[in-house]
Design a protein around this ligand. Structure first.
Ligand code: 6PG
Length: 228
């Protein structure tokens, strides 16, 4: 089940996303004493992260994972983890050992093994944040690639020829991203309209491979919606 939530502007999408993340954190911390959150890369997620530093929350209960990472040098600003630190994580007191970047600087084989080992002890995520690419990709699950949909798919997939640079990436599989209490897509801009239209028409784009028992929420602005 996909719930399309439409907002007038990208600013309104960011505000709504920020409220939903705060609510998910509060619910998880109250119920289980911890909040396990998966972050996305991309410009729309980045703008949401910039709104989160001022949240009134128990940062000590937050655990951060990444849905995908680009193979770039450790200090490269385009790494999703570096982007998230710069936009948000460096400004809040989440214990460093509870932030789990994908170690893609070790090479894809080693990084995939390390991240799969890490996730073995992690149950279902509380909240998975995802972006949407113009070609319908999400995380680093691209059209005409293996998205790891099957129940026995590995948690972590290596990507060697991504159409969006850089070509080498690591991604959680659709199966692992779907193991969540809540999944939230953040989609803004007219460039996303065609992908939104294909998703609404029931086409098998990568984003549509993410399922969640509680349904998937897609927050989008007027520009992205109009194109759909
Ligand atoms: C990445 C991503 C990717 C991204 C979408 C949307 O590392 O590139 O995780 O899936 O979220 O491409 O990105 P934009 O919001 O920049 O369009």
């Amino acid at each position: 089940m996909v719930r399309w939530q439409w907002f007038e502007s990208d600013v309104a999408v960011r505000q709504a996303a920020s409220r939903l993340i705060a609510q998910a954190a509060s619910d998880a911390i109250q119920a289980r004493g911890a909040f396990h959150l998966v972050l996305a890369g991309g410009s729309t997620p980045r703008a949401v992260y910039q709104t989160l530093s001022d949240l009134d929350t128990d940062w000590g209960a937050w655990h951060i994972y990444f849905g995908d990472e680009r193979v770039l040098s450790p200090d490269h600003p385009d790494r999703n983890s570096n982007m998230a630190y710069e936009a948000w994580l460096a400004q809040v007191p989440i214990p460093p050992h509870q932030i789990h970047p994908m170690p893609t600087e070790q090479g894809l084989d080693a990084a995939a093994t390390a991240y799969a080992d890490l996730l073995r002890d992690v149950g279902d995520f509380d909240l998975v944040l995802l972006g949407l690419g113009e070609d319908g990709h999400t995380a680093s699950l691209f059209p005409e690639h293996d998205w790891g949909v099957a129940g026995d798919a590995p948690d972590v997939l290596q990507v060697h020829d991504a159409p969006k640079p850089p070509p080498q990436r690591l991604s959680l599989s659709a199966h692992r991203l779907s193991r969540a209490r809540q999944v939230l897509f953040l989609v803004t801009g007219a460039g996303k309209g065609a992908a939104v239209a294909r998703w609404k028409n029931g086409e098998a784009i990568p984003a549509a491979a993410i399922h969640c028992d509680n349904g998937v929420d897609v927050l989008l602005d007027a520009a992205a919606w109009a194109g759909g």
